[in-house]
Structure formats: C-alpha cells, structure tokens
Design a protein. Sequence first.
Length: 326
Amino acid sequence: MRVLKFGGSSVGSLERISGVVQIVKEQLDKDPRVVVVVSALGGVTDDLIRISQKAALGDTSYQQELVQLQDRHRAISTSEAQNDQIDKFFKKLNDALHGVMLVRELSKRSLDFIMSFGERLSAYLISEAMKPSIPSAIFLDARELIQTDRNFGAARVDYKETNARIQKYFADCAFVPVVTGFIGATKERETTTLGRGGSDFTASILGAALHAQEIEIWTDVSGVMTADPRRVPQASPIPQMSYQEALEMSHFGAKVLHPPTIAPALSQKVPIRIKNTFYPKAPGTLISAEPQNHDSLICGISSISHVALLRVEGGGMVGVSGVAMR
Ligand code: ADP
Ligand code: ASP
Ligand code: MG
C-alpha cells in the first residue's frame, strides 16, 4: 500500500492533472494498492477565504469571484455530468456564503465548511479525470474517515476512531480512492479543517493507519532542500533525513511539509518521500528513522517571515512572578 499526496501546485490545471494521472498509473503498475490524497486546486483555499471575508463585510462583489472560481473548475471538467456536479457543489457553496452575508459574520466553523469545498471539488474532478485510464478510481470524502474535535481551523484528530474507520473502509476496498486532503468532521458531523497545508497530514494519517510501505508527498520542488529555493536559488535537495530533522525543518518554516505530518508516520515508522510532480525522475528526499548519514553537520536552514521578538525589561519586574505570562 502506498499513499500519494498531490499538492495544490500539482493540480492547478487540466494539463497538470494529466501528469498526476500518469504518475498514479505508473505506481499502480508496481503496486495495485494505492490511495491518492489531493489538495484544492492551487490558490483555491486562499480564494475561498477572501470570498468569505468579502461576504461577511456585505461586499457583494464576492459573487463575481465565486462565478470565476466556478468557471475555473468547469474548465477542468470533461463532461456535462461533471459540470452538473460542479454546479451542485457551487449551489451549496453559494447558499453558505449567502448565509454569511446575511448575518455579517464569519465564524471559524463556517469558514471550515466553506474551505472544504476546495478539496471536495478537486478530489471529485481528479477522480473523474482518472477514470478513463484507471476505472477503479473513486471519489472519497475524508469527512467519512477522519474524526476530529471542534477546534475549527486546526482540528485535532481522534486517532482511535479515525484509525478504526480507515482500517474498516480499506479492509475490502478494491478501488483507488481519491481522498480530499485537509478536511475532517466532528462526531456531530460538522466539517473541520486540519490547519493550512494540512493535506500532507491527511496523507500521513492514512499511511500510518494502513501501515503503508511509503507516504509520497508530490509537490513542486525536488525534495526538502537545504533552504527555501524561493529565497536561496542555489539550495539543493537533501537526499535523506531523519524524522527529527524533517520535523525541525518544517516546524521552523520549511513549508514543503506541514509540521503535524511527521507524527503519524513516525508512530508507525512509515517512510515519507518528497517528490517533484514536474520532474518525477528526481529521487527526492526520503525521511525515515534510519537515514544514511549526510556528510555535513548541518542538514538545512529554514526561515520564518513576519516574526517579532519582544523584549520586556525594567526594575519593576524584579522578583515579580507572572510578568512573562501577562
Ligand atoms: P504543495 O502545494 O505541493 O503542498 P507547498 O507550497 O505547500 O506545496 O510546499 C512547497 C513549497 O515549499 C516550495 O515551492 C518551496 O517554496 C517551499 N519551501 C520552503 N522551504 C523549503 C525547503 N527547505 N525545501 C523545499 N521547499 C521549501
Ligand atoms: N488547500 C489547503 C491549503 O491551502 C490544504 C493544503 O493545500 O494542503 O491550506
Ligand atoms: Mg503544502
């Protein structure tokens, strides 16, 4: 069993989606048990947030943006039946946004529900794009499997329930599911999200529950690099690293991997491989418990923008407990 996750940059257009279908087909030739996890089409989550904020302010121009978003998804559809399904998704999305506009309030809970449409639309469209060459592809809504608490925006996973559901679902599954990344649901079936960039986490939750051979994160760079390639053009891919190193790099700003992704994989010692959708031949980065040593002492450098260091000092603080907390 292999879990393959494709990020927003890998599924931005019909052409890119065909590249993804090709990668999945090649994997299926090697191992018939494959689970695909996808993010929303590139930029769609940001669009949905902006549209929701406009609706909450009563700015009706959100409706035009919604139509543009619908057109973008329709451009990826290849049949009238798919267009009808997209329109159904957008009808529900429109209703939700209309509600936000009427009450002029955007709760975290409503925003999670609205954001979930990004992954639901992309997983549906990608499963349809796969069907001509992979007839066993089916759309799978992760809200059926991943149960979380009510911490909307960054929900925590109930692993006991989630693992049991995943194992039950896959015990006799003869399909290639295309699963919505990023989203889950509470016990009461309210929609939640796992934090921005959380589709990597979805892949890891599935990979760990299924004791997968490998979790593959397919993105737009050839692995975890020695630094963010957008800032440091001469950065190069790190061939192998430990879970601990990957955790530190991602926690301190390497966006290529969503930080909570490491924990489920580590718990079952499932290796994570970072691969480039646009250059599949590149070996990428293998994250595992026992990486072959890299020769430099420093594995990589990460950076975080917009961070301020606040220094509070003064005689009045001497011996006064609780100042830092206050
Ligand atoms: P996806 O849409 O596939 O989830 P992301 O945008 O979330 O992709 O993550 C990939 C991006 O992470 C890269 O394009 C790169 O700019 C950024 N990044 C930051 N630090 C690193 C790093 N050390 N190695 C690789 N990529 C990094
Ligand atoms: N679509 C979500 C986001 O933009 C999740 C992800 O891309 O992993 O944050
Ligand atoms: Mg990402």
